[in-house]
Every structure is written in structure tokens, then in C-alpha cells.
Design a protein around this ligand. Structure first.
Ligand code: ZN
Length: 675
């Protein structure tokens, strides 16, 4: 089901047909231009499948090591020949203190020196292409910062050029030390979460290889393919992985699990003897069935329904709003306590974030499950470049997460946690609002100018990168929802999802989709929220409402005379001055309310630094508000948006005093219970 298409059911039949034909032609043209031009999917394939991996990996549980071999079938879908291959070796980010990842972590101030056994590494033992051993030619590159100590990008020169649309098989053998958790990857006790774990090709674009180093604040980017992976673990260990299990063999105390995932751009897996498994099927009258598999920590038994309901809400609403989830399976992993691997997305598999105590009013674990399930759409299916445009997956996911939570009515109250996060305390007086809390407005406000989103993400200041990628994007998307209306924004997002499915859309594709859906040029808005770091802040500068008497010289028919004070005859003159405090501009309404209940609403383009509105009438003004409907959620200071001539401080004080009394009473009762 696709609402964008349903919206075309207007006007006479003949125009529907011509519109559909036209949109098909535009679609086809856009596809040809926006993706690698040699994209020729095989029969039965839904993605280009130009980077497919057959991997055989064994976990040595005692030594905490992986040994693996892989054959990559790679097709050059760029416009140009290449004589080099470039690989990501992500685990080398935790090889020593001088990796770019750890340097950036230190810069962000979020770094504690790892324990001696915590380090990870990845060593490539052999690279062969068409039978030629190229191992001796491998070298490390540092395209982003020239850091010669970084070993997360490996280049291998080829003895021949791979022409456009030519396919080669690449064989790689490697060994890796599993770290204690870094970036969701590693082991704790018997639990392993294994991500970014195999030598993985970068993306060859028309301009050359796009293979960034591993950065602290940016994620990943890869082409689509088929993953056929054999994972050998000790017998009794449960395995969860991207794709579906197709085979299982037991031998000599070990079990080999074979998983196959089609049309995906990455592959992650987890294993532990402790997982408790549950399954449920998602069904919907207009969307494909999806088998949901949950691997739960035993201490979280009883939370199955919350994970399944949350994932099903995403499959339903994102399916209805953007387009159907294209796989028939999804795996939810509840990570082990203190594994640091919660809340991360991988194709057809993600990690959630359960807590032992999860009362119904607290939106955990639901919120994390919803967020990561949404990533299956904005990351898994729409494969944007996370090194350079993290806002395209994180921002769109944060926005959609908040919208799903509100639509599915997930209970969501302010719930501070105590005793090291162990005990949540939901405050029923404070339900969290989608507009502000779901979009993370408080976090944005304090770091709003940290970076312009058009800066490649890996160059964002590491400590505030998330604020720009997640919060600012969610806020501008929600602002557009309020400005254009949800049906228009939804149509734009559905168009983007459709054209971006199994592809690598760019920021310009986002803007084209939203301009197209709104039939407007929103360039003025994108220039400010994407290409700039200016902030929005409108405020009421002054509000006066006084008797409309006059003093001064007045011309009469035959004379000019001075009147010290004329009779206002019950009339009031109201003056509202609204001011733009921020550099960024946005059209805003200005609403003035009068004592008799009447209102006057003005539209202001918001371009000048200030504007005055003057009214004369029989009623005195009570209040004035700029942006009264709060369309502009990016406004960094909402407290100056209104002024009133009738202060309500006493009411606020009474409300808060009563709330405090209630809380205090609760606290005393709790205390009395224990003594
Ligand atoms: Zn995310």
C-alpha cells in the first residue's frame, strides 16, 4: 500500500492514466540518473547485487578470535575502470591509541583507556584476485586525515583494470581479535556481538573509491549484494544473524550455522548460549508478512510482547507511510547487560535496549526497538552514505521513530533513572511530547551552531555530531510536517523511499523529493537548515495596549490647536513589536488576543529584523504570540515567543507547589512502607 499513489485518485480517469504514465517516465529517468549507470540487476534480484559475499568464519571462544575466509563477487557498476580495490578493516580502529577512531573519541572527551585484553584487530593474511596473490602489495590509506597510524582502510592494486560492468572474484583470508565492546562490537562473558567484522569493499563511485576511515561519529556505506555466511561456534551457542538460517551442521563440539541474506549491504551476527528465542509473525492486509525473531536475555523474559509490538508498529506504519519492508524476516537482539551493544541497526537485524525493570509507563524498551526497526527503512532499504550524510539515516529515523511512537500510542512519560540507571521513576504529570522530546529539542538548542549539516559527517565535531545528525534533522522534518501538512511530507518521503530503495540516494535526492511533493521550491529552507548553522529565534519584543487618546496639535477646519488629552471613547490602541533574534528566517504568524476573546492573526514573512503591528479597537489586548501554532520547532528560544499583559505567575506557582506536595507525600509514604 502506498499512499502517495492513492493520492492520484482525483480528477477524470484519463488524467489519472496520463499522470501515472508521466510519473513512471519521471521515475525511470530519475533512477537512471541518480544511481550508478551500469546498474543491471540480475533476474530475480531486487538490488544491483554488485558486491556479494560468501564467508566462512570460525569463532575461537577461548582465544576470543575469529578466523575467516571470503569470496567477494564484485561488479564494477561505476562509469569508469579501476585498477585498485579498497577495503574497510574496521576492527583496526581499536588496535592502538593512535587510530583515527580513538583519536576522535579523545577529542570528544568520551574516552576511558581500554583494559589490556580489550583491544581488537583485523589482519589480512591473503588477498587473491583471479588466482593472482596480491597480498604483498596491500597497503593502508588514510584518505580523510592522513593519519599514517590508522589501519582501517586497505588498498590492493590490481595487475589489470576492471572495466565498467565487469565482474571479478576476490578471495580474502583474515584473522581477528574480538575486542571487549567498542562501538557495539565485542564480547562480554559468553555473549558476542560481531559487526563490521569482515574485510569489506568500499563503494566505487564514478568519481573513484568512496572508502572512508572508521570515525568515532560516522557509520558505514556499502553496496548491495547476497551474503551467504557460514558461522562456526561452540555447540550450544545460539546464533542470530542478518538474513535467514538455511542450514545447520553439528560436528566435533561445534555447530556451523549457515545464513543467507539477499539484497542487503552489510551482515552482522551474535552468539550466546543464554539467548531465549521467541517468534511472531507480522501480518497486515496490504503489506507482506514478516517473521519476527527475538533473541532475549533470560532475565528479560516477559518483555517479548513489548519488542514484538514495537517492531510490528514500525513494520505497519513505516510500511504504510513510506513503502513496504521488502524482506520476509527480521531479528531483534536483546543484548547482554554491560555489552554496550544495544541500540544499533544492521540489515534485517538490530539490537534493542531492554532493562530488567521496565514498567508500562516507561517507553523503554519500546523506544529503542522502534528506532532501530525504523532504520530498516532509513539505512537498510535506503542505503545512504553514512560517512558523509548521517543525517539522512539518523535524522529521518529519529523523526519517524517519534511519529510511530505517537501514532502507536506508546506510553511515554518522563522517567529519570536512579541507582545507576537501575530503577526508573515515571512521572505521570509529565508526558513526553513528540514535537519537543521526540525530536530532542533540548539537546539541539544548546549545540545548534556546532556544524552545518552539509559538512561531511565524519568532519563534524565529534562531541556534538549526534545533535546535528539526529536532533536538527528531526526538528526540520517535523517543522516541514507542520508547515506543509503531513500528507505532503508523507508523499515526499514515500517518493524518496521508492527512488532510494536498494540504492544510494544523495542529499539532492531528498530535496528533489520534498520539492516535488510540495510543488514548491523549498531551497530557501534547505539552504538554512542544511547548508548553514544559523539558528531561528523569533520573539515578541513588546506589547502595549493603552486608551486610544491622543495629544498634540490637531488641524481643524479653520485652526490648529493643541489638545493635551482627547477622550479615547473606550477605544484602545494596541502595538505589537515582533523581532527576529536569530540569523535564520522563516514565515511566522503573529496572534494578538483581546479581553473580549477576539483574536487578530497576521502573517509575517519573518525576513526583516522586526515588525510592528498596530490595532485600534474597543477591547484591550491581553497577549501576543509569535508562531502561536509552533510550526517552527527549530526556534531555539521559545520562552520569548509570547507576552501577556495579565501575568499568571501565581497560577504557575500554585500548580508546581501542589505537584511538589504530591511527590513529597509519595516519597514519605514509600519511606513509611520500608520502616
Ligand atoms: Zn539511529
Amino acid at each position: 500500500m502506498r499512499r502517495a499513489r492513492a493520492d492520484l485518485k482525483v480528477g477524470p480517469y484519463i488524467s489519472i492514466v496520463s499522470l501515472l504514465l508521466l510519473s513512471c517516465l519521471i521515475d525511470a529517468e530519475a533512477r537512471q540518473q541518480s544511481v550508478q549507470q551500469f546498474d543491471q540487476p540480475q533476474i530475480g534480484a531486487r538490488s544491483p547485487r554488485n558486491a556479494s559475499y560468501e564467508i566462512d568464519v570460525t569463532l575461537d571462544h577461548a582465544a576470543r578470535r575469529l578466523t575467516g575466509r571470503e569470496t567477494i563477487r564484485w561488479r564494477n557498476i561505476s562509469a569508469n575502470a579501476t585498477s585498485e580495490l579498497q577495503f574497510h578493516l574496521y576492527w583496526n580502529a581499536w588496535r592502538d591509541l593512535e587510530s583515527t577512531w580513538l583519536r576522535e573519541r579523545r577529542l570528544a572527551g568520551s574516552f576511558t583507556p581500554p583494559r589490556a585484553d580489550a583491544w581488537g584487530s583485523m589482519d589480512v593474511a591473503r588477498v587473491r584476485v583471479r588466482g593472482v596473490d596480491l597480498t604483498a602489495q596491500k597497503r593502508f590509506l588514510a584518505p580523510d586525515d592522513g593519519n599514517t597510524a590508522d589501519q582501517t582502510v586497505m588498498a590492493v592494486p590490481l595487475p589489470f583494470a576492471v572495466q565498467p560492468n565487469e565482474t571479478i572474484d576476490v578471495e580474502v583470508e583474515w584473522a581477528a581479535k574480538v575486542p571487549r565492546p567498542f562501538a557495539r562490537t565485542g564480547y562480554v562473558g559468553d555473549y558476542y556481538f560481531i559487526a563490521q567484522w569482515f574485510p569489506k569493499l568500499g563503494v566505487l563511485e564514478d568519481t573513484g573509491w568512496n572508502t572512508h576511515q572508521f570515525h568515532a561519529a560516522a557509520e558505514f556505506y556499502a553496496d548491495y549484494g547476497v551474503y551467504d555466511v557460514r558461522i562456526t561456534v561452540p555447540q550450544g551457542f545460539v546464533v542470530g544473524a542478518s538474513g535467514r538460517q538455511v542450514e545447520r551442521t553439528d560436528a566435533a563440539g561445534q555447530t556451523r550455522h549457515r545464513y543467507r541474506g539477499e539484497d542487503i549491504h552489510d551482515f552482522a551476527w551474535t552468539t550466546s548460549p543464554d539467548f531465549v528465542e521467541a517468534r511472531q509473525t507480522f501480518t497486515h492486509p496490504a503489506l507482506p508478512r514478516v517473521e519476527m525473531r527475538l533473541l532475549l536475555q533470560p532475565e528479560h523474559a516477559g518483555q517479548e510482547r513489548r519488542h514484538f509490538d514495537a517492531a510490528a508498529a514500525v513494520l505497519r506504519y513505516c510500511g504504510e507511510w513510506f513503502g513496504p519492508y521488502p524482506y520476509d524476516h527480521i531479528t531483534i537482539v536483546d543484548p547482554a547487560y554491560q555489552s554496550g551493544s544495544g541500540g544499533m541497526e544492521y540489515p534485517t537485524l538490530f539490537t534493542a535496549g531492554s532493562r530488567w525493570i521496565a514498567p508500562a509507563l516507561v517507553s523503554q524498551p519500546d523506544r529503542v526497538t522502534i528506532h532501530e526497526a525504523v532504520h530498516q527503512f532509513w539505512y537498510g532499504v535506503v542505503g545512504s552514505n553514512e560517512f558523509e550524510h548521517a543525517w539522512m539515516d539518523e535524522g529521518f529515523t529519529t523523526f519517524s521513530e517519534a511519529r510511530v511512537m505517537e501514532t502507536a500510542r506508546v506510553p511515554n512519560y518522563l522517567a529519570p533513572r536512579f541507582f545507576g540507571g537501575f530503577i526508573p521513576w515515571p512521572i505521570r504529570d509529565i508526558p513526553l511530547a513528540r514535537a519537543t522530546d521526540g525530536n530532542r529539542l533540548p539537546g539541539y538548542r544548546t549545540n545548534a551552531e556546532a556544524d552545518a549539516p552539509s559538512t561531511p559527517t565524519f568532519r563534524y565535531w565529534p562531541a556534538t555530531a549526534g545533535v546535528i545528525s539526529y536532533n536538527k534533522t528531526a526538528l526540520w522534518l517535523h517543522t516541514l510536517e507542520r508547515y506543509l501538512g503531513w500528507p505532503i511530507l508523507q508523499r515526499g518521503l514515500a517518493t524518496l523511499f521508492d527512488m532510494g530503495t536498494f540504492r544510494h540516494p544523495t542529499p539532492d535526492d531528498v530535496f528533489a523529493a520534498l520539492n516535488g511533493a510540495s510543488r514548491r521550491d523549498l531551497g530557501w529552507f534547505f539552504d538554512q537548515v542544511y547548508r548553514g548553522s544559523n539558528t531561528f529565534d523569533y520573539g515578541i519584543d513588546s506589547l502595549t495596549s493603552v486608551p486610544a487618546s491622543a495629544r498634540g496639535f490637531f488641524l481643524t477646519d479653520d485652526d490648529a490647536r493643541f489638545e493635551p488629552e482627547t477622550d479615547s471613547q473606550g477605544r484602545y490602541r494596541t502595538t505589537v513589536v515582533v523581532r527576529r533574534h536569530g540569523e535564520a528566517t522563516f514565515p511566522v504568524d503573529v496572534l494578538t488576543t483581546f479581553e473580549d476573546g477576539s483574536e487578530l492573526r497576521e502573517q509575517w514573512d519573518g525576513a526583516a529584523r522586526w515588525k510592528q503591528f498596530t490595532y485600534e479597537g474597543m477591547a484591550r489586548a491581553v497577549s501576543a504570540q509569535v508562531d502561536p501554532d509552533r510550526v517552527l520547532l527549530l526556534d531555539v528560544n521559545y520562552t520569548n515567543n509570547g507576552r501577556t499583559l495579565r501575568p499568571r505567575g501565581a497560577e504557575a506557582a500554585a500548580k508546581w507547589s501542589l505537584s511538589w506536595m504530591l511527590w513529597l507525600q509519595d516519597l514519605l509514604l514509600t519511606h513509611a512502607f520500608f520502616v
